[in-house]
Design a protein around this ligand. Structure first.
Ligand SMILES: NC(=O)c1ccc[n+]([C@@H]2O[C@H](COP(=O)([O-])OP(=O)(O)OC[C@H]3O[C@@H](n4cnc5c(N)ncnc54)[C@H](OP(=O)(O)O)[C@@H]3O)[C@@H](O)[C@H]2O)c1
Length: 334
């Protein structure tokens, strides 16, 4: 995409010796301890990519998941329940593991589950890993977590990072802004809407940037992190940071949509997303998600840590993008 600046890194290291990212060489030297690794949600999104990477590197994988029934027939992945009400069971599931790759989080509050629930569950998971003697935790967080954030998602993420550091375990934190590739939701569902609606509304100026990272780049960063002994924190971000308006227009042109992309007052977006979500029986975008993006929290200005270009990926996947709607509530709440 022309006009989209390339970027550079923004790593927040809390330990020395951050491992070098080597594209195409996931994992590197494997940890000496632990006969297998544990990945949360190996049949969901980022957990699936991490599990694929580990298996490709010859590392046995066990998953803890809320959806054991989604295990494909014949999977080499050992399946255990992600049951936060049973910490002893979680500890038993992780006993003998080298690294826990943690992707667990709750995108938005629904019913009795909110971000504070996810914080408490993350604490349970980390403590179970420590009790199980797990060597290291590689944790997927988000860009700009902050205890002072107005958004419960970002406050919760900051709290989880703090809890992880306080376990005293060896850890790495990877912070993506947003992810694409595989069966990711955001870009697919923008394309789905652009294929079906005569008008696509962008909130405000649409000038806020987003910094997507390919799911396999995130997985590689996680595997590199799993093979290190240093504790560190790193943004997991791709080479492009289009404005949201540019991104929507790029998707529209790529898929040949005739939808009109219009800018509307930002205050209208949460209500419009709620109406669409009601029609789709999904939560398309929460008010907080929109406001956080408009506040620039899905952007960073450092150099890329993952090489895959989002615009190139969209161009390569234009025929399949947005053919099927990706329903977040079906994935995680039904
Ligand atoms: N996706 C993005 O664009 C994006 C952007 C920035 C940061 N992140 C961060 O990256 C991490 C992984 O995200 P992801 O999109 O790859 O997640 P995911 O695969 O959809 O889910 C990751 C794990 O969380 C569990 N989970 C998700 N929602 C849940 C719910 N409502 N109740 C109970 N368990 C739930 C999943 O359960 P199952 O085992 O049942 O599948 C899975 O184990 C998260 O920490 C997220 O904050 C993601």
């Amino acid at each position: 995409m022309t006009g989209i600046p390339a970027t550079g890194i923004r790593a927040q290291e809390s330990g020395a010796g951050m491992p070098t990212y080597a594209p195409g060489e996931p994992g590197g030297e494997r940890p000496a301890s632990g006969g297998f690794d544990v990945v949360t949600g190996a049949f969901s999104y980022s957990g699936a990519a991490i599990a694929r990477g580990l298996l490709a590197a010859g590392r046995p994988v066990r998953t803890v998941t809320g959806h054991p029934g989604r295990a494909p027939t014949g999977t080499p992945i050992e399946v255990r329940p992600l049951d936060f009400a049973d910490p002893a069971g979680l500890t038993a599931s992780m006993h003998g593991a080298g690294t826990l790759y943690n992707t667990y989080w709750v995108r938005f509050p629904r019913g009795p589950v909110d971000h504070q629930t996810a914080v408490a569950n993350s604490r349970t998971l980390f403590h179970a890993a420590r009790d199980a003697g797990v060597r290291r935790i590689v944790h997927v967080s988000i860009t700009h977590p902050s205890a002072a954030s107005p958004y419960s998602y970002f406050r919760g993420k900051a709290e989880v990072e703090r809890i992880l550091a306080e376990t005293g375990m060896s850890y790495a934190i990877l912070r993506p802004a947003t992810m694409f590739g595989g069966d990711g939701v955001l870009i697919n569902n923008i394309a789905w809407l652009l294929r079906r609606l005569p008008v696509f509304a962008v909130g405000g100026t649409g000038a806020y940037r987003i910094r997507p990272v390919h799911i396999d780049d995130l997985a590689r960063l996680c595997l590199v992190a799993g093979s290190s002994a240093e504790s560190y924190t790193l943004d997991a971000v791709g080479p492009e940071r289009p404005t949201f308006y540019q991104l929507v227009c790029f998707i529209k042109d790529a898929i040949g949509s005739r939808s009109r992309v219009v800018r509307v007052p930002g205050a209208l977006i949460p209500a419009a997303a709620e109406v669409l979500g009601w029609a789709l029986r999904d939560t398309l975008l929460t008010g907080d998600e929109y406001r956080a993006m408009a506040d620039g929290l899905a952007d960073t200005d450092g150099p890329p840590t993952g090489p895959v270009s989002v615009t190139q990926w969209i161009a390569e996947n234009k025929d399949s993008l947005g053919r099927r709607y990706a329903n977040e509530v079906d994935r995680h709440f039904r």
